[in-house]
Design a binder for this molecule. Sequence first.
Ligand code: BEZ
Ligand code: FE
Length: 287
Amino acid sequence: MTYATEDNITDLAVDRWGTAHDPRQAEVLTSLVRHLHDFAREVRLTEGEWMAGIQWLTRVGQISDDKREEFILASDVLGLSMLVVQMNNHFGPGATPATVLGPFHIDGSPPAPYGWDMSDGIEGTPFFITGTVRSVTGEPIAGAVLDVWQADADGTYEAQLDVDEARLRAKYHTREDGTYCIRSIVPLGYAIPMDGPVGDLIATTDISYFRPSHIHFLLEEDGYERLVTHLFAEGTPNLDDDVVFGVKEELITPFLPHEPGPAPDGSSLEMPFVTAHYDFVLQPTAR
Ligand code: BEZ
Ligand code: FE
């Protein structure tokens, strides 16, 4: 029988977790054990620090529920989400890059026809996004789903409110020629939730806790890689220090102001509005 010592504990734990029945799970768990032990050795982790870490993780769990995703937020601000996104979305040249999903996506958004206003009377500057969804090989994609969500003019997402109806989110489809048209309100930059354990940790640093103005997209179509991405407003603050590392050059696009007049959905507006034009390019799935 081998009892644990400071020197052999890592080997003992790796052997034990290497018995996981699924080979991939064994690989992941044994690597996790090695890295956790190396981390504790490298920083000479004290018992007090270890307990503080456990208590922080406990609070992350306790504040989370079916709407508040504090673990996703923790992963986002630590840069882990964006690392995993980049390792797993190696699209070809010309394809629209992926970025973080974030904690505020809600499944099952209502279907919306071309040009539908997903802001449904919520205060803000009218905003139209138009463009085409196409393949890297050039052809337009008909019937592609654009699942869209965003914050309101106060930086608040539906998931942060107690509401029953879909708010600032909808699922649009491209037309036969691959075009889409979304009507909403201009999204503003906002602070990530700072009233929980992730915010408490950030408050002990000089990290900026703001995200640049953006709108979220999840694009899906059979035969193409699923694309989780954002569009960022050109020139908006915090493009250079996004707290979740989500900005990509290719996703920054002009949000153009217009005087009252004809709008991209064919209507005429009596108030100023803003437009953005963006062509999403999807990567065909490998056969
Ligand atoms: C968001 O853009 O919705 C978001 C992403 C990561 C963390 C917090 C918010
Ligand atoms: Fe967001």
